[in-house]
Design a protein around this ligand. Structure first.
Ligand code: ZN
Length: 519
């Protein structure tokens, strides 16, 4: 005799009404062999229930959307559709299929039953066939992977990091389909680019929760419910009971605590046939407000940190209007009672920018972790021994030198110093404190390196001598660069308007300090 089970009936109905949500709740296992929980009236329930043909999700990191894409993709394939699933690069695609897709199939009995192994025509495409439909996983940087594949659905993950020109080719693959659908997902980077641009074209749904105290519907917003800007760069915490040690709370406009994980609903801002969502860590994860707040405070003096708060935590695009280092900031680092010595007995570190002349910055680490400059100067780049002579005089124990444009020069310097130095190549924006290779070479992000110079100056973590302003080219070269957005590479660059050797020399000096602490 069958026992009537209301949950079972509800689930069975759900299979017909909302097959994607049904799968999430009853069939699907993640790559970690876990089930998924989707709360009633949560932001994810709203997204799982969406049947729009075109969706855009502008999101913070780690908010459960990859899992949604996998479940939806498997369901559509099983219904006989052909899907093109695009990730930024071939390598990311390979990792995604191996770590997420294959393991999900391995742990989910149902998927194992409906999956037919097929071999792919080329290495750049990973094919998965479920019943009669197929998913082709491709990297946006291997356009030949799209060319012969007719698609019904296109799923683009990490849109901003994809090759934008190749994505246009991908959309052309849908021309023969009678049941087209597309989902674009990503962490925004800058305004009006990638996912931010797509979201603007959508109905722009925002998540609202009801305040348990005043009944108002609130879109949890870090810049309204956690901190507010009273005047330029002066931020005040909304939570009046917060003292730095207790729990930081989100505050409603009524002044009472806002339950940011309370029941809510998606509300569209305008009409569009593209269904758009914005997801922020304000309601999507269990990350505490304190964690976001700490990063935000660090971001007030460091643009690359602030960029990550906007993009990764809050799901917002970030655009700063050309940040610079100015005279006032540099003046603030001057100790009016300090003159640099002729030599040093305390151990010091150095940064050298190599060019026609070599710009050298040498500093001593103070007890409170600051860098006190003991030597700032430029010498012709003829004989490396000229630098060694200065290093000896100032008791330099460790240094970082520019690897370009003269690697031989930098190599000699490192050899003469008994390997107590590293040469740096500027690498991708993701590289920070990369491990030295056997040639004593390291790779670090140029933008982050120069962002740190600005941070050290803003935090007064560098001490300049009273005559700093009069050192030839010193102020001028530090101030000659502006941090601006590079549209082509979709990232921020420090762009020089004149020579900027001392800016880099200071960057290498700070890098030397940071390497000392990890080596
Ligand atoms: Zn309220």
């Amino acid at each position: 005799m069958q026992k009537k089970n209301s949950f079972y009936l509800a689930i069975k109905d759900l299979a017909l009404v909302n097959p994607v949500l049904f799968r999430a709740l009853s069939i699907h296992k993640t790559h970690k062999n876990a089930g998924i929980k989707i709360k009633r009236k949560s932001y994810l329930e709203g997204i799982y229930s969406d049947k729009s043909k075109n969706m855009v999700i502008k999101k913070s990191t780690q908010c459960g959307i990859s899992e949604y894409l996998i479940i939806r993709a498997f369901y559509r394939a099983e219904s006989g559709k052909n899907l093109l699933y695009i990730l930024p690069t071939f390598d990311l695609r390979r990792q995604f299929v191996r770590e997420r897709v294959d393991k999900t199939v391995m742990f989910t009995e149902y998927y194992r039953k409906v999956l037919n192994e097929v071999s792919s025509m080329s290495e750049s495409v990973a094919l998965k066939q479920f019943n009669s439909g197929t998913i082709a996983f491709v990297g946006s940087n291997t356009p030949n992977a799209f060319i012969s594949y007719p698609a019904d659905d296109i799923i683009v993950d990490e849109l901003d990091n994809c090759n934008q020109e190749n994505l246009i080719m991908a959309e052309e693959r849908q021309s023969a389909s009678t049941d087209k659908s597309s989902i674009k997902v990503g962490n925004p980077t800058v305004s009006r680019f990638g996912i931010d641009y797509e979201y603007e074209k959508s109905d722009k749904k925002k998540w609202f929760v009801k305040c348990e105290h005043c009944g108002e519907w609130i879109n949890p917003d870090f810049f309204r419910n956690v901190v507010v800007e009273m005047e330029k760069n002066v931020w005040v915490v909304r939570d009046r009971k917060y003292n730095g040690n207790n729990t930081l709370r989100a505050i409603c406009s009524c002044g009472k605590q806002l339950n940011r994980f309370g029941d809510g609903e998606w509300v569209a801002e305008k009409k569009s046939d593209i269904s758009g969502y914005h997801i922020s860590k304000m309601f999507s994860t269990q990350v505490t407000l304190q964690e976001i707040f700490n990063r935000f405070k660090d971001g007030l003096v460091n643009d690359s940190v602030m960029e990550r708060v906007y993009n990764g935590d809050l799901g917002y695009a970030f655009t700063s209007k050309g940040a610079k280092i100015d005279t006032e900031m540099l003046d603030d680092c001057i100790d009016n009672n300090y003159l640099m010595p002729d030599k040093s007995t305390n151990p010091t570190i150095a940064g050298i920018d190599v060019g026609k002349v070599n710009n050298i910055c040498i500093g001593e680490l103070t007890a409170d972790g600051k860098i006190k400059m003991v030597y700032i100067g430029a010498i012709p780049a003829e004989n490396p021994m000229d630098i060694i002579e200065i290093f000896k005089r100032y008791n330099v124990k460790f240094f970082i030198v520019d690897a370009m444009p003269e690697t031989r020069y930098s190599k000699k310097l490192i050899a003469y110093m008994g390997n107590r130095g590293l040469m740096n190549y500027y690498g991708s924006d993701k590289e920070d404190l990369g491990k030295p290779n056997e040639k004593k070479a390291v790779s670090n992000s140029r933008t982050q390196t120069l962002d740190l110079v600005k941070e050290y100056i803003l935090m007064k973590n560098i001490i300049f001598p009273v005559n700093a302003k009069n050192i030839k080219d010193f102020y001028f070269q530090i101030m000659s660069s502006t941090r601006i957005y590079n549209e082509k590479r979709n990232c921020y660059d420090w762009v020089e308007s004149g020579e900027d050797h001392y800016l880099h020399a200071l960057g290498y000096l700070i890098m030397a300090k940071r390497y000392l602490s990890v080596m």
